[in-house]
Write a new protein. Sequence first.
Length: 500
Amino acid sequence: MVFFRPVALLALALASSASASFEAIAGYEPLSIVTDHNAIDKDQALIESLLATGTTQSIQQAKDVYEKGAFSKTVATVTVSPSLATAIAKGTKLSGKTADGTQVDGTLFEAYTANSGTLRFQYEVNSKQAQYVNCQVGANPDPNIEGCLATSGTLAIEGSVDSITYSYSQTTGNTNERTIRGFSTGAKAKMNDCDNCPYPMYEKFYNYYGEFDYADKWVQAAFALQKADFTNGDADFSLYGEAGQAQAVKKGTAYMNVWMYVLRNLEHALDNCKEGCSTAGCNDGPVHSWDEGVAFYTGSLEGQDGAGSGVMPYALADKRCVNFKTCGDLADALTGTSHVNIEIFRYFKLGLGKLINGECSAARPDKEKIETLMLVPLIQGTLRYAYIVENKAAPSEKDKAEGATFAAAVLPAVHACNEEDAQEIYDNMKVGAATTDFKAVKNAFERQYGCMKIDGKQVGGLWDDASGKYFEGAGPAGVATTSTLLAVGAAGIAALSMLF
């Protein structure tokens, strides 16, 4: 006999597990504070802005933000004088004051060793996104020190009559312990060497590239305009100038570094979920990891309703649905939220409910659905730029770099299904490709949709607004398009290449 959990009971379980109400993330209601995680998109946005400025200085500043961070997980490293004779445990609550005397709360980031001359203070995170942390320094070229600890003062220790006298530099002492680079450089430990690892999708990327930190190697080579050598998928960025560099970096950071780390958090949640546990709070840790994954996928700039203008994978899905006529509940509209995001968030919410109830194994299919859906915008991006590069009279370096990076972000998943089709896509889309054959790229993807569990309808077809039809040969999988579109090709391609 099949047992169905009543919806009302599931809702009650969700409500009872939460001790507070937290701001929604594009309609998803987290059950833990992840506003600091959500703010990693501000690093991405700043990287993109600095790359767009295009000066030698701004490109270096973008690299600094990538490597050192600016907006997420802020920690102050202060000099303690005199040092304390007793040790203090990690996580102990501390409080100090800003320059204007406002109290600032935090915790001990690392255990303090007796007689040590330094201490690390992690700023408390507010559950409201607009006020999550008011100290944003790191590699930020325009730092906000308003909410930082004053340059000198005392720190009160919760539960103790003792206090800590400290001093430090606000501009160099406030750093970030969460960076977009760290999502890749920490991948080996967090996605390969951990219990229940390697994680399935990460393993595909490692097997393809032959590097645990493949995403960082891609981004660093693009910054340096040098060649990135991999087992498969080499990229010679010495062929690019600033236009190509900017695309390879910013799409690499968002759709290679961040994209994979979203999945890491979902996997981590499932790894730590206690099957069948009915004790209140026993799965709070896994729930928090799941919430983190949603935050990294979406970002703070999308707002509580998802109607904002973000820079993370969520935003890409909404952009591409306009190009491929896959917006809306039925994946057949040109406006609104992408069908991909609607479905991903449906599975985010379902997975959350199952984690709350200790239905750990039942949540895994939700993760797998999310994982597959996240591939769709990457496929769409590759197809879009394959079409532009082949058909545009003079495709730009920007066009080619966008196509190459989208392809790099999805090729390992294709390769795991069929090496020959992955090579076909790579040969047509790689950095420095002599020619690009859109039909060859499209056919190679479509041959592997079944293996990749991709629904061709969710990918859709490249839509020509000028004619109100799909571009010739660019319709959804299995849908023929006619040569009547040739007459509007030039105008359509021009319009297409100007979007996003």
